[in-house]
Design a binder for this molecule. Structure first.
Ligand SMILES: [Zn+2]
Length: 456
């Protein structure tokens, strides 16, 4: 491994501190010195490689705490459940992982995957067989027989896509232990799901308190943390009280849920990029106006509680929900920071801290990565311009000139274009229904608006 000094850059250290000009010295994959002492020590080492970062921000790599690498930009759950093959989805994920590097992502948490094959991708990346960000992952997402967010598509027992149904306490214990044996870093639980006949109530909690506690106790006994998909106040409160270590979404919290989260400082990854993309760009893909409003209310309804949680010291982590066609790999990993700034009134530096120092928790490397300071592993990116003044600079891969993981520069050339894989996508005769209005022009009487179902 060749040591390196990055000079002439503007350092955003990931802790929320103001940006400052200075050098970063990297030795043996770790940050050895920063600022004047980096220059001093670099002078004594003529063998060092030098990287000129003039006009660039030097900052910790982004960490995406909610990215499904095996889903391959799917347009529907049906596609993920019924079109996908085990080995091929891991191979495709390895192709997509390179897109994350180009976007400045040096770490990701993959919550759940088809055939739980992101365990294998993680090991392949760790072994240097495939190039990609550092990964931490769950296996199958646990659900009860009631199902998750895909209603009747989910089998009453066993696996469906990225889900595993567990229908008794014995099954819970057996499955949690099996996943940990297979190599899951986290246990993922779909705490809430949509019951088709009661869909108007939103997502409901599908577990008893005893079951949630049993999951946590079984996993914690084996030193493995638990993360939960929770929409709605009751489920979020229960998950926090049961001992969950990380909560996704946590939308629509009431005072009791918020207090349960604050008391335990349970990190939250709201993963609102999906909704924000729908709100800002849904009209470009033909989403009906009333749905845009519905998605926006999911964000705006959470503003007060998320702001309070953040102010009270609950870590807010960044997650893109990449893996679905609305959030393609490589394009939107910075976007959650934009959401935090726009809706939760964070400064760009606070939002960057969420995506770096705080999100290191998601890859189980808090205190090891996510900060530019001596002793931290050198997961460092160089970005053209002053990101603390314009967070959107991080969205353009053209601005990301260097990505280092543990001090090693990653290949940022675009992956070669791919061709369609037979049977991989859900066959469709077209996105638009041939209503009379489409056939004969605006004003022609027609019915049925576009319906978009919740996917994740
Ligand atoms: Zn998800």
């Amino acid at each position: 491994m060749s040591d390196l000094v990055i000079t002439g850059g503007r350092i955003v250290d990931g802790t929320g501190n103001p940006a400052y000009d200075g050098s970063v010295l990297i030795e043996d994959g770790r940050i050895a010195a920063v600022g004047v002492s980096a220059d001093k020590r670099a002078k004594e080492r003529p063998d060092l490689r030098r990287l000129d970062a003039s006009g660039h921000t030097v900052m910790p790599g982004l960490i995406d705490c909610h990215c499904h690498l095996s889903f391959d930009d799917a347009g529907s759950n049906s596609e993920i459940f019924f079109q996908r093959r085990n080995a091929l989805s891991a191979l495709v994920a390895s192709y997509n992982a390179r897109k994350l590097l180009r976007a400045g992502v040096t770490g990701l948490l993959d919550p759940d995957s088809t055939f739980e094959n992101m365990i294998d991708l993680r090991d392949a990346i760790d072994a240097g067989i495939v190039e990609g960000p550092r990964m931490s992952c769950g296996a199958y997402a646990l659900i009860t027989g009631v199902g998750g967010t895909a209603g009747r598509l989910i089998n009453d027992e066993g696996t469906t896509g990225y889900y595993m149904a567990v229908n008794s306490k014995d099954e819970i214990v057996r499955e949690v232990r099996r996943q940990i044996k297979q190599g899951a870093d986290w246990i993922k639980v779909h705490v809430t799901g949509i019951i088709p006949r009661q869909a108007h109530k939103g997502e409901l909690c599908c577990w008893t308190m005893d079951e949630l506690k049993l999951i946590c106790d079984t996993a914690h006994d084996l030193e493995t943390p638990v993360m939960g998909h929770c929409r709605g106040a009751g489920a979020t409160q229960k998950a926090a009280e049961a001992g969950f270590d990380l909560i996704f979404h946590a939308t629509a919290m009431d005072d009791a849920a918020l207090q349960a989260v604050i008391d335990r400082k349970v990190p939250i990854a709201p993963a609102l990029t999906f909704q924000a993309n729908m709100v800002d760009y849904g009209h470009k893909i033909g989403t009906a106006d009333y749905l845009l409003k519905l998605f926006e209310s999911e964000i705006t309804d959470s503003i007060a509680t998320m702001k309070t949680a953040h102010a009270e010291g609950v870590p807010l982590l960044t997650g893109s929900e990449a893996g679905f066609s609305l959030v393609p790999y490589g394009d939107w990993h910075y976007r959650e920071m934009e959401v935090f700034v726009k809706y939760f009134d964070m400064t760009p530096l606070e939002a960057i801290q969420c995506a770096t120092q705080k999100s290191a928790f998601g890859i189980k490397m808090a205190g090891e990565v996510g900060v530019i300071a001596p002793g931290y592993r050198a997961d460092v990116i160089c970005v053209k311009g002053k990101v603390e003044e314009d967070i959107a600079l991080l969205g353009d891969p053209g601005n990301i000139s260097h990505v280092l993981i543990e001090g090693v520069a990653k290949d940022l050339s675009p992956p070669p274009p791919r061709k369609p894989i037979p049977g991989w996508r859900l066959a469709s005769i077209g996105d638009t229904r041939l209503t009379r209005e489409v056939a004969f022009g605006p004003g022609t009487p027609s019915d049925t608006p576009l319906i978009v179902e919740e996917l994740h």
